[in-house]
Design a protein. Structure first.
Length: 166
């Protein structure tokens, strides 16, 4: 079995996004706000010093909640328990396929999840997913603004976290 390169992984994602755009369908994504030790468990991309929530595309055969569980496992090696559906965010992103630009309509479903346990010490992500050094880190709730998330969902997360966690 050959490993996928980052370029192969990205090409597959762009081809899928293009096929959805051609059908006027949304690219559905799931994201997890993982609470561990009263902090947020996030992915830190070292090369550009950015922080992101674990998550990714929802497969045809799954719902947003099950995709959140799968993506958390793939990207963080963590088993999590969704405890609150935070909401969804609609946006578009400009992509290019065969030198032709197109708009990909996206909808992101976000769940707040409790960390249960790590299941292994393997690499983060699936083959080819990350083309740069990525590490897991825990950040205080007060640093949620470092994470790419819509302002509306960020505010809802802050409100929920302040009510349910100390």
């Amino acid at each position: 079995m050959t490993k996928k390169t980052h370029e192969q992984y990205n090409l597959e994602k762009i081809q899928f996004a293009k096929s959805l755009a051609d059908q006027n369908k949304f690219f559905r994504k799931a994201r997890a706000i993982i609470v561990k030790n009263n902090k947020l468990l996030v992915l830190h991309k070292i090369n550009n010093n950015t922080y992101q929530l674990p998550g990714g595309g929802i497969n045809e055969s799954e719902n947003a909640k099950s995709a959140t569980l799968r993506e958390a496992m793939e990207e963080t090696n963590a088993i999590v328990k969704p405890v609150h559906y935070l909401g969804k965010n609609y946006y578009t992103t400009k992509l290019e396929y065969n030198n032709q630009p197109f708009l990909s309509k996206r909808v992101e479903f976000v769940y707040i999840c409790n960390f249960i346990k790590f299941c292994n010490n393997g690499p983060l992500g699936i083959e080819g997913e990350f083309n740069e050094k990525v590490e897991l880190c825990e950040i205080p709730f007060s640093q949620i603004n470092k994470i790419s998330l819509s302002p509306k969902l960020k505010q809802k997360a802050i409100e929920y976290l302040s009510l349910h966690y100390k």
